[in-house]
Design a protein around this ligand. Structure first.
Ligand code: SAM
Ligand code: SF4
Length: 475
């Protein structure tokens, strides 16, 4: 066991080791998936309870098709019962692909000489953000390699630049970050720029595999990474996102690793992570791994459904690494956020070519090249309400997923109306006629989900205000 958080100056309680590979394997090996137990566990989750590691392991070991279908059905029911039909949209923006690490799975690794290295300067950053705003984006995640150049001041400055870009009615209202772990001091500097979520993926919770796939560089230090979001908490960033890169090690182990991490946050800080990401490894320039633990589409779908049941009030993010078909299929099992109109090529949002990727300027290959509007259109068609809502974070309502989940009426009072208002902005400012028509039909259908007549009136008033030119109205 390698775990020395005392080196990193974090809270006493956080110093208890929480990842023990043998213990996780024992839990998996002892979990017997009987019909009775699987059904009891699904019912427990539908009753709005978190699942234990042991219970989750039983679901992970379920292979009988009838029971797997029940797990998926349970996840769908939980999602519909609790969250309704909203899907939050965002886009990733790569700020710089210089990197001093050698992560075997990543195209940006230092040893990859075929990659074109770029860091957006201020003007280039403004151009990318303008292009994103012009398609209707309101929420971005900024992505950085790990390099001395991308220090906390640099990250904070890029966040401020993004917030400052206004194009027509467009603006970015929430900037999330995916970057290397920082010191407590570093996190404090970044926090001041008013970021939303700070996201760091552990990649694999299996220390031996971690050591194998991180060939050199600062990222080789498992503990520095595992304790990174504890330092973020110490610095006052309580909105954090965790994730595992599926394909490096056994997927069941990684799911339990993620849950252990959630439990750790809840035990020490009283608040779980805001989101969990579960990227599956994709083809990358000079991918250098002997043995991939490929997760099949079937297992991936099951994995997402199990995560939904295990942590009912944590946001789940599904990215454009996955194909449109897989995304459409998996959305129903409880995903709460997806990226749309994604381009991960450096300066990609101002390029004029569609559906063509240059793997030598990207971190990995993406599989969903749809434009933001194509995704909006499909979501609307399938009766989802695409949402660009940023209200909770701007009003200081932290722990929003927890509130959605546990505060009666929260979704009806805040989430559905805010999703509708941000959709109206999109329909008015960016949507082609056909999407606009479908969008307003959807809004009419979904008004009934708000139920309270008085509240419906308030929403209608605000819709009229938006049509008359007002923007950024929320509850
Ligand atoms: N440099 C930062 C770091 O390592 O934390 C930012 C990370 S990277 C730009 C964002 C995430 O992409 C990584 O944490 C990893 O999980 C994922 N990633 C890297 N290579 C990948 C690949 N070949 N396929 C899919 N996802 C990949
Ligand atoms: Fe660098 Fe991050 Fe890629 Fe690793 S995953 S090589 S740290 S950009």
């Amino acid at each position: 066991m390698i775990y020395h958080p005392e080196k990193y100056n974090i809270k006493d309680e956080a110093m208890q080791p929480f990842i023990d590979a043998d213990e996780i394997w024992d839990i998996i090996n002892n979990a017997k998936a009987t019909k009775k137990r699987v059904r009891e566990i699904i019912a427990k989750s539908l009753d709005k309870n978190r699942l234990s590691l042991e219970e989750t392991a039983i679901l992970l070991n379920t292979t009988e098709p009838e029971l797997v279908n029940e797990i998926k059905k349970g996840a769908r029911e939980l999602k519909e019962k609790v969250y309704g039909h909203r899907i939050v949209l965002f886009a990733p923006l790569y700020i710089g692909n210089m990197c001093t690490n050698n992560c075997a799975y990543c195209g940006f690794k230092a040893s990859n000489k075929s990659i074109k290295r770029t860091t957006l300067d201020k003007e280039e950053l403004i151009n990318q953000v303008t292009a994103l705003e012009n398609t209707g984006q309101k929420r971005l995640i900024l992505v950085y390699g790990e390099h001395p150049k991308y220090n906390p001041e640099f990250i904070a400055e890029s966040v401020r630049t993004v917030y400052g870009v206004k194009s027509g009615n467009g603006e970015i209202r929430r900037v999330n970050i995916n970057a290397a772990p920082l010191s407590i001091e570093g996190f404090k500097i970044v926090k001041e720029s008013e970021i939303g979520t700070y996201q760091i993926f552990q990649e694999t919770y299996h220390p031996e595999t971690y050591n194998k796939v991180h060939l050199s560089g600062k990222k080789k230090d498992f503990d520095w990474r595992l304790t990174s979001l504890d330092r973020a908490q110490e610095a006052g960033i309580d909105d954090v996102g965790i994730g595992a890169l599926f394909g490096l090690y056994d997927w069941r182990f990684e799911v339990l690793g993620l849950l252990r991490h959630v439990n750790h946050f809840e035990a020490v800080y009283n608040v779980g992570p805001h989101t969990i990401s579960f990227p599956r490894i994709q083809y990358a320039s000079e991918l250098d791994i002997d043995k991939l633990h490929i997760v099949s589409d079937e297992d991936f779908t099951k994995l997402v459904a199990i995560l939904r049941l295990a942590v009912p009030y944590t946001g789940l993010i599904l990215t454009a690494r996955e194909s449109a078909e897989i995304r459409d299929e998996i959305l129903q099992f409880g995903v709460s956020q997806i990226d749309g109109g994604t381009n991960i090529e450096m300066k990609g949002y101002t390029k004029n070519k569609e559906n063509e990727q240059d793997i030598d300027s990207e971190q990995f290959q993406i599989n969903d090249n749809r434009t933001l509007n194509e995704i909006m259109d499909e979501l609307i068609e399938n009766q989802y309400i695409p949402s660009f809502c940023t209200a909770c974070y701007r009003l200081g309502r932290t722990g929003e997923h927890f509130m959605e989940f546990s505060v009666p009426g929260f979704i009806k009072r805040y989430c559905t109306p805010n999703a509708i208002l941000t959709l109206v902005e999109y329909l008015e400012d960016y949507a082609p006629e056909e999407t606009k028509k479908k969008g307003y039909e959807l809004i009419e259908n979904k008004m009934s989900e708000i139920e309270d007549e008085k509240y419906i009136e308030k929403v209608r008033e605000r819709i009229e205000k938006i049509k008359n030119g007002k923007r950024d109205l929320y509850f």
